[in-house]
Design a protein around this ligand. Structure first.
Ligand SMILES: *Cc1c(COP(=O)(O)O)cnc(C)c1O
Length: 235
C-alpha cells in the first residue's frame, strides 16, 4: 500500500472516529450525519483515493474544478455537491453533475437554477446559505432575509429547498462557533414551523475540519471536511 493511500485511510478513520464520538456525546445516531469530502485542495488522482477509501459524496467550491474532477472520475458511483459561489452562467453545465447545491443565496440564482431545472425536466435540491457570523467577507444571506427567499424558492416548480448551510466566522473559537451553529438550527426550526406546506427543511450543512464536533452537537446533518482528510498529502 502506498504512503498516500495509507495516509488517506488513516485520516478518514480519524475523522470518522471524531464523528462517532461527537454523535455519542450528542446522543445522536452516527447515520444522522453525512460526511462530505471536500476535494478542493487535491487533484483528481487523490480525490479518487478518498472514494476508494469509502467516501461516496464529494464537494468542490469552484464549479470549474468540479466539472474537471467529475469528468475524470465519471466511472465512479459518487455524488457531487457544490459548496461555493455558483455564478449564474455556470448553472447549465453544473446542474447535470450534482445532487445538491449548498450555496444558494440570491433570488437571481434561484431563478437561473429553476429555469434550467424546468428545461431539463429534473428536480434540483438546494440549501440556502446563511451568513451566521456577520462577517461581511462571507457569502450567504443575512438571517432576516432567509424567510423571504424561502418563499420565493417554494414557488419554483422543480427546485426543492432541503435546508440551510452556513460557516462559522474566521478565527471563531469553539464556543462561539457552537453558538453560531445553534443560531442556524434555531432559524431552521422557526422557518420550518412557520412555513406553510410540507417544507420541513431536514438538512443542516455546517461544520468543517476544525469545528464539526460543535456542528454535530447543534444538529448538523451534513459536514463538509477537507483539510482533515487530506492533511499530510501534497497535491
Ligand atoms: C473549503 C471548504 C470546506 C472545508 O474546509 P476544511 O476546513 O478544509 O475542512 C467546507 N466548506 C466550504 C464552503 C469550503 O469552502
Amino acid at each position: 500500500m502506498s504512503d498516500v493511500v495509507r495516509r488517506i485511510r488513516d485520516n478518514l478513520d480519524r475523522v470518522r472516529g471524531r464523528m462517532a464520538d461527537a454523535c455519542d456525546r450528542a446522543g445522536r445516531k452516527p447515520d444522522e450525519v453525512q460526511l462530505i469530502a471536500v476535494t478542493k485542495y487535491v487533484d483528481a488522482q487523490v480525490a479518487r483515493l478518498i472514494v476508494e477509501a469509502g467516501c461516496d459524496t464529494l464537494a468542490e467550491s469552484r464549479p470549474q474544478s468540479l466539472w474537471e474532477k467529475a469528468d475524470l472520475l465519471r466511472e465512479t458511483k459518487i455524488s457531487w455537491h457544490v459548496i461555493g459561489h455558483l455564478q449564474r452562467n455556470k448553472v447549465r453545465r453544473t446542474l447535470p453533475l450534482v445532487t445538491l447545491i449548498h450555496s444558494v443565496d440570491s433570488r437571481r440564482l434561484i431563478d437561473a437554477i429553476a429555469a434550467e431545472a424546468a428545461s431539463c425536466k429534473h428536480d434540483v435540491d438546494v440549501l440556502l446559505e446563511v451568513n451566521i457570523s456577520g462577517d461581511t467577507s462571507k457569502h450567504g444571506l443575512p438571517p432576516d432575509d432567509v424567510s423571504e427567499l424561502l418563499a420565493h424558492a417554494a414557488a419554483q416548480a422543480k427546485l426543492n429547498v432541503r435546508g440551510l448551510m452556513a460557516m462559522a466566522g474566521r478565527g471563531t473559537d469553539a464556543d462561539a462557533a457552537r453558538r453560531q451553529f445553534a443560531s442556524l438550527r434555531q432559524l431552521r426550526d422557526r422557518l420550518a414551523s412557520t412555513t406553510t406546506g410540507s417544507k420541513s427543511l431536514p438538512e443542516l450543512s455546517m461544520g468543517m475540519s476544525h469545528d464539526f464536533e460543535a456542528a454535530i452537537a447543534e444538529g448538523a446533518t451534513l459536514i463538509r471536511v477537507g483539510s482533515a482528510l487530506f492533511e499530510g498529502i501534497s497535491a
